[in-house]
Write a protein that binds this ligand. Structure first.
Ligand SMILES: O=C(O)CCC(=O)C(=O)O
Ligand SMILES: [Mn+2]
Length: 219
């Protein structure tokens, strides 16, 4: 393993990464996944050959602008019936692809850096954003566990809208760049957040695309 990679996976990433607390319980680790980005994007493409990216229907009858797939024991899905986690990909009828061990380790280390020991993700949602795609303001609350969420971003930059516990709370606009990791849990676990429309562009690693991975404990 190269020194750079060791740093990226270091359980004490303060040495390798700039840390910015967004709120109590919510930590941004700038560039924390930068050194493993190429490998992780290659893995995303491999996973997407097994469980393809798809735009899901929303319960309200609309269509998400973000394309999604998942890996791990359970994956998230949305349709006319609502939002839920399921053990098999509804599109293929097969189990979701396994979560790569290196991804799990990265998520565990990032959670630990934010003060959450013992995080055991059983699901990773993989979002693919093309320019113009966005994610409306929401809380992550389809998980039965209140374990933290660990988010990893690759490719085109995004503006992360970070609000409060009420939908009407003011939003901060936080740039999320290639390799950035955000962990939110504890008193920040149910903070409203979203992604502003992605601006047109091309990234050397991902092309005209942004990927975001969120690691979660669903049960
Ligand atoms: O794309 C992001 O950075 C956030 C994604 C998100 O909030 C979600 O998938 O629930
Ligand atoms: Mn979310």
């Amino acid at each position: 393993m190269t020194r750079q990679r060791e740093l990226a996976l270091d359980p004490q990433p303060s040495m390798a990464t700039r840390r910015e607390w967004l709120d109590d319980g919510a930590l941004l680790l700038r560039g924390h996944a930068g050194a493993v980005a190429v490998d992780m994007v290659t893995e995303i493409k491999r996973i997407a050959r097994l469980s393809p990216f798809r735009r899901m229907a929303t319960p309200g009858g609309g269509m998400m602008s973000v394309a999604m797939t998942c890996c791990g024991a359970r994956g998230w899905c949305s349709d006319g019936q609502g939002y839920r986690y399921v053990a098999a990909d509804p599109q293929t009828g097969q189990p979701w692809p396994p979560m790569p061990a290196t991804w799990r380790q990265l998520a565990i280390h990032a959670a630990r850096a934010a003060g959450y020991d013992g995080f055991e993700p059983d699901s990773c949602l993989i979002n693919g954003y093309r320019p113009g795609a966005r994610m409306g303001l929401h809380q992550d609350r389809d998980e039965r566990s209140d374990a933290p969420v660990v988010s990893v971003s690759f490719g085109l930059p995004a503006i992360f809208q970070w609000g409060g516990l009420r939908r009407t709370d003011p939003l901060r606009r936080i740039p999320l760049l290639h390799g950035d990791v955000v962990v939110w849990g504890g008193v920040s676990r149910y903070v409203f957040h979203g992604i502003a429309p992605i601006r047109a562009g091309t990234h050397a690693v991902t092309g005209p695309c942004r990927y975001n991975l969120t690691f979660r404990r669903t049960l």
